[in-house]
Design a protein around this ligand. Structure first.
Ligand code: AN7
Length: 358
């Protein structure tokens, strides 16, 4: 599609449901609840390309309306809930799902309840959930316990579950893979993504597989998913009762889409690996120095890619996409802790210039 000259034709990205309508389970009867999600930047990283000898691209999904990739799935999950005449939705969350569910539910006029692990949700995610009027319940337990409660609630009461076990969530999230292929004009060779509840990697594989079957792309990428080392049940091969990581978004010990994620990694000849909190924070700071403010969990994709490179498992010349799943502004703890504190100065340019060494 050619781009019309400026002013010639109005154009605005219409959100993932309208942009990929023919690839999603919607009909004319589906009321589309959208905040214009998707269409996020695919930014080339020159420093990471130089370091790895590859062509490295960053899919900045933190640029979604509520600051994470969850919006891609939530637009569809909430649209379908409205179509099915639901009155209330519920989710368990480490924070981003709840922020997204709260926003889309507010837009649709649905009641929203969220169950979060007490004391383990970043402040900005709490704020983003509460501001939209969701009922937030802090569960005395971790994310896995919260998800069990949410599932039980949805089984026994009239409330729709909008976690990624809701199939519409993965359907919506597969659009990230479509956008990457559409932007590059091909699939990458290697696709790296953080793994928590394991829904996103599963949805990306769905997207690539669909483009492959329809011959939009000749080859799919290898998918590499990265868990945090202290919360790496798939790597360990068993659920973790007490997962620990500073990347609270992926502090998950028993992922709901475990089998799907393993299938995606093995079918694509990729793998599920893990990265330490130290590696995550190093990648987080590197990305910030490139102008990309992400949350710690999101840096796991880049940390993982750098680990593949260090292990000699990233052949030079490959096209690599790392997905940056969430915006840094919702979880500022590590941004502030890792930076020099601001200096107080008088309101005087000469003193400021001296302070700056100008
Ligand atoms: C920034 O919000 O599970 O492997 O409840 O917020 O699909 O779970 C968040 C997960 C990666 C992991 N990056 O994705 C929640 C939640 C960010 C995230 C993941 C999450 P999945």
């Amino acid at each position: 599609m050619s781009v019309p000259p400026r002013g010639a034709a109005p154009h605005q990205w219409r959100g993932v449901v309208e942009e990929y309508r023919e690839r999603l389970p919607v009909s004319d009867a589906t009321p589309v609840i959208s905040l214009g999600e998707g269409g996020t930047p695919l930014v080339r990283s020159d420093p990471l390309s130089v370091e790895t000898g590859c062509d490295v691209w960053l899919k900045y999904d933190g640029a979604n309306p509520t600051g994470s990739f969850k919006d891609r799935g939530m637009t569809l999950a909430i649209s379908k809930a409205v179509e099915e005449r639901a009155k209330a939705v519920v989710c368990a969350s480490t924070g981003n799902t709840s922020a997204s569910a709260a926003a889309y539910a507010a837009r649709a006029g649905l009641t929203c309840a969220v169950l979060v692990p007490k004391g383990k949700v970043a402040l900005g995610k709490m704020a983003a959930t509460l501001v939209h009027g969701a009922r937030m319940l802090e569960v005395d337990g971790n994310f896995d316990a919260s998800l069990n409660v949410a599932r039980d609630l949805a089984d026994r009461f009239r409330v729709t579950l909008v976690n990624s076990v809701n199939p519409f969530r993965l359907e919506g999230q597969k659009t990230a893979a479509f956008e990457i292929c559409d932007a590059l004009g091909r699939a990458p060779d290697i696709h790296c993504v953080p793994v928590g509840n394991a829904g996103n990697i599963s949805s990306h594989w769905m997207g690539y597989s669909e483009y492959l079957i329809d011959s939009v792309i000749p080859e799919p990428p290898q998918l590499f998913g990265f868990q945090a080392a202290g919360a790496a049940p798939i790597v360990k091969g068993e659920p973790i009762a007490d997962p620990q990581t500073i990347a609270t978004a992926i502090r998950i010990g028993n992922p709901a889409s475990w089998e799907k994620a393993v299938a995606a990694a093995s079918a694509s000849e990729g793998a599920i690996g893990s990265v330490t909190d130290r590696q995550i924070l190093a990648a987080y700071r590197r990305l910030a120095r490139e102008g990309l403010f992400v949350e710690p969990a999101s840096a796991a994709s880049v940390a993982g890619m750098l680990q593949l490179h260090a292990d000699g498992r990233l052949p030079a010349g490959r096209t690599v996409v790392c997905v940056l799943t969430g915006h840094g502004l919702k979880d500022t703890e590590w941004a502030i802790a890792g930076a020099a504190p601001p200096v107080t100065v008088p309101a005087d340019a000469d003193t400021v210039a001296a302070e700056l060494g100008l």
